[in-house]
Design a protein around this ligand. Structure first.
Ligand SMILES: *Cc1c(COP(=O)(O)O)cnc(C)c1O
Length: 382
């Protein structure tokens, strides 16, 4: 789809809002299905925190995905939108008691446990409820990903996971606890990863850990490699669908699965990132001594990625074909970091022009806030 063809429809709607292209989402889901179809024991869990729009969730669920949740609220949202409890995995360093109870009550597939205190709390709650909790351990593989510092998660310095040297010890503890069952290992090295070498490094690390466990006579039913595949923010129209062939191929080539072992993926951004856009309007063009600002009616409250990660999105003016000018594109929020782009080339822009921030489907709407007493952005889906 060419976003320019949406101009007449967008003109009817009050800005700012999110727009999701279901055609592209379906194409992406179909590509994932095709690339995993011939591979035995591959399971997909959509990382709900990327985008929890109910209609988007429903399409993903209908495509056969399970879910990866990081809060009780996400588990609830998934159950309300058709996901089967036994396809839900639950990660996060700070699971509250009520969230653990909710997950046990629902009968989720697995807790991805990130510390010994958490394991003990889950065991205690499960025991009280007369249940057995299936647990995987999130291991910190100390594998760096070539991505933004705020979104690497698999380094020793990060808060996530259990250190490799403690792995056998925690599995031993789990085996002593009658109300938990050890079912696997979980990893997630970060997000917006475009170098397949990073995933390959993770595979080698997992192979080593598996060899070590095997030597200790420990059997692992499930390997969960998390998510992290990136998208092309600079060229959304040239690469609307990420290279899933390279991604799944990397795991197929380098990860040594044991007979019968199941392999789980938790993709978020790569599934929904390119299908979403944030549509906004130019409120003012402001000239200062050194700069020209395009001030739009969307702000960091609607899309926080540029302010939070220094992320850049492709920006398009749907209303102008004028000569190209250089602008800083900024929002109306009372923060200096409320900037979408600096020194960005756009056709000459005027008040009222429709401005679109592309590739905003992941970590966009879900991260919106009401700061400055603003309304949350609406969302439209075709
Ligand atoms: C955020 C997250 C994911 C998804 O990451 P993407 O980069 O969006 O694919 C997967 N697993 C866990 C545990 C996460 O926290």
């Amino acid at each position: 789809m060419d976003i320019k063809n949406m101009k007449d429809r967008f003109e009817q709607l009050r800005t700012p809002f999110y727009y999701y292209d279901t055609g592209l989402l379906s194409e992406t889901l179909e590509t994932i299905r095709r690339e995993t179809a011939g591979r035995e024991g591959y399971h997909l869990h959509y990382a709900v925190k990327a985008c929890a729009n109910p209609e988007v969730l429903r399409l993903i669920q209908q495509a056969g995905f399970g879910a990866d949740c990081v809060s009780g609220g996400e588990i609830r949202t998934c159950l309300e939108n058709g996901f089967r409890a036994d396809t839900i995995v639950f990660a996060g360093v700070g699971k509250a008691d009520w969230e653990i109870e909710l997950a046990l009550e629902a009968g989720i597939q697995c807790f991805n446990v990130e510390s010994i205190p958490e394991l003990e709390v889950i065991a205690g709650i499960a025991s009280k409820m007369g249940k057995v909790a299936d647990v995987s351990f999130r291991i910190n593989p100390d594998v760096g990903a070539h991505t933004h510092g705020n979104i690497t998660t698999g380094l020793a310095e990060n808060k996530f996971g259990i250190a490799m040297k403690d792995m056998t010890h925690v599995i031993g503890i789990a085996r002593q606890l009658p109300s938990v069952r050890f079912t696997g290992l979980h990893f997630h090295i970060g997000s917006q990863i475009l170098l397949m070498d990073d995933f390959e490094a993770l595979c080698h690390r997992i192979n080593e850990l598996q060899d070590r466990l095997e030597a200790d006579g420990i059997k692992v039913e499930n390997i969960n490699v998390g998510g992290g595949l990136g998208i092309d923010y600079a060229h959304p129209d040239e690469h609307p669908v990420p290279d899933f062939n390279a991604y799944f191929g990397t795991y197929a080539r380098h990860l040594k699965l044991r007979p019968g072992q199941q392999l789980h993926f938790e993709l978020g951004r790569a599934v929904v990132g390119q299908c979403g856009s944030l549509v906004t309007r130019c409120l003012y063009v402001k000239q200062t001594e050194s700069k020209q600002f395009v001030i739009v009616d969307a702000g960091m409250t609607d899309l926080i990625r540029p302010a939070l990660y220094g992320a850049s999105h492709c920006i398009q003016n749907l209303s102008s074909t004028g000569p190209v000018r250089t602008y800083d594109v900024v929002g109306p929020i009372c923060e200096s970091s409320d900037v979408f782009a600096k020194d960005y080339l756009l056709p000459e822009t005027r008040r009222g022009d429709l401005i679109v921030l592309r590739s905003a489907g992941a970590y966009g709407e879900t991260m919106a806030s009401c700061y400055n007493c603003r309304e949350l952005p609406k969302a439209y889906i075709n």
